[in-house]
Design a protein around this ligand. Structure first.
Ligand SMILES: [Zn+2]
Length: 468
């Protein structure tokens, strides 16, 4: 298939081009002024890479809305999610994954970096819908609902990595040690060796809760990141996505290599279950950021594009809660107000983001982390995952700076079409309607609904299921 538009994203600019798609990949990019014969002519719609959601747990869409202020006050992962996850079956995971995959593709996402239990079933759920994924079956050997299945999930990881059919469908593997406190030194070292031997990225939660940090100091006498260095995983893994990293100091960041180690930043989720990571400190250390939504139980949406404005604005709150603002609150003088403004000016000069740099966090940064699943860029050899945008949609119009509009406007309603693995999803111009009316979606929804009902009953949480 050949896809043409007069506005295809190439090297940071929108230019007339034709993309040749074959075998799920982009095999050629030609700068031509008009649609070649037989091409899918998209007129002047904007053609960009589909987004990459660098950290999520799609099956947890079934838990959306179950958390409340009381559960979020403590450790929601241990207090609520683990309780539900002990009762999950592989069939549940596959069914819930499909709904999360539909939500993702309707938000312009082509690849999700997944991390969850029953990894093989999750991979099948992605393939059922046609969404790409880097699946890390959750590895835990010390604690957590996956502890007894650790060896099986490690085998599932290697089986996923060896599965050529799944890879052709856009689903590949990563190594997924859960977190520093649920994984032993021995397992971390094993992960490090496998990562090096198989050129697999490592995807882990790091320093995501105070309990994890307390356990790290109590058991190992060092911070979670220092422990990762001590068990050799930082040096061995060709790429590592460190998700959340909330409790990190400059000494931790100094242990990381900007070429290989990327911060997984999930601002909406972090604001609910904890607090946003100090992104400016990571940037100051030269480290890159990949954006994720985390799960629907702590977000509650799956639009990674919507996280971009929180990335852009992360540093702005430092003025609100900074020392100058505290002084203004106490004193209230004109000089105090000017100090607040001076803080804002300094912060803006240090932390402003260009739209293209923001979009790197959902395109090229996560899209370049897996050596066998290159996405987030429109060039030969990359996967043919395209998002097609209607710049005349009121959500984007007038799109005078299209990259800024895609980074900071509420873009998903302006999706004209999605192409995943070289295949057009639904009907261009009626993406949402055509997917929602499909028999496949109706069947997926029906199964997920039934499985959610039974899961909540098994976990003794039926009372949380419907509080309308
Ligand atoms: Zn997570």
């Amino acid at each position: 298939m050949i896809v043409f538009s007069s506005r295809v994203l190439q090297g940071g600019a929108f230019v007339p081009a034709a993309l040749s798609l074959e075998g799920g990949l982009i095999v050629g990019v030609e700068r031509v002024g008009a649609a070649p014969d037989g091409a899918l002519d998209l007129g002047d719609h904007l053609v960009t890479p589909a987004f990459v959601n660098a950290h999520t747990h799609l099956p947890m869409v079934a838990f959306r809305g179950l958390s409340d202020a009381a559960t979020m006050a403590g450790n929601v992962v241990e207090d609520l999610f683990f309780r539900l996850e002990r009762h999950l079956t592989a069939e549940d995971v596959r069914a819930f994954t499909r709904i999360g995959a539909y939500e993702s593709l309707l938000a312009g996402v082509g690849t999700v970096w997944e991390h969850y239990y029953h990894g093989a079933a999750l991979a099948e759920g992605l393939r059922d819908v046609g969404l790409g994924g880097v699946v890390a079956p959750t590895l835990q050997d010390l604690d957590g609902p996956g502890r007894d299945a650790c060896e099986a999930q490690l085998e599932a990881t290697l089986a996923l990595d060896a599965d050529a059919d799944l890879a052709a469908a856009g689903v590949v593997a990563a190594l997924g040690p859960h977190a520093t406190d649920t994984v032993s030194d021995a397992l971390w070292r094993r992960v490090a060796r496998l990562a090096a031997d198989r050129a697999l990225p490592v995807h882990a939660h790091v320093a995501q809760s105070i309990e994890e940090v307390e356990r790290s100091f109590a058991r190992h006498g060092r911070s979670p990141v220092a422990r990762l260095a001590a068990v050799d995983v930082l040096d061995a893994a060709p790429a590592m996505l460190l998700v959340h990293a909330l409790f990190c100091g400059d000494a931790d960041r100094a242990l990381l290599d900007p070429a290989r180690h990327v911060l997984g930043f999930c601002p909406s989720s972090q604001m609910q279950y904890a607090f946003p990571a100090d992104v400016p400190a990571w940037r100051a250390a030269g480290l890159r950021v990949a954006l994720g939504t985390d799960c629907a139980a702590s977000n509650d949406g799956m639009s990674v594009q919507g996280e971009l404005e929180l990335l852009a604005g992360a540093a702005a709150w430092s003025t609100t809660f900074g020392p100058a603002a505290a002084r203004l609150a106490r004193g209230g003088t004109l000089d105090d107000a000017r100090r607040v403004q001076a803080h804002r000016a300094r912060r803006h000069a240090a932390d402003a983001w260009a739209p293209a740099a923001l979009l790197d966090a959902v395109w090229s940064t996560p899209g370049g982390l897996h050596p066998r699943h290159r996405v987030g860029i429109l060039e030969a050899g990359a996967r043919a995952d395209l998002a097609v945008w209607d710049a005349d949609h009121p959500a984007l119009w007038p799109a005078a700076d299209p990259l800024r509009a895609l980074a900071l406007a509420h873009a998903p309603p302006a999706l004209h079409a999605m192409v995943l693995g070289g295949r057009v999803v639904g009907t261009p111009g009626d993406l949402v309607g055509s997917v929602r009316r499909s028999a496949a979606y109706a069947a997926a929804l029906d199964e997920a609904r039934g499985r959610r009902h039974h899961l909540l009953r098994r976990a003794g949480l039926a009372h949380l299921g419907d509080r309308s």
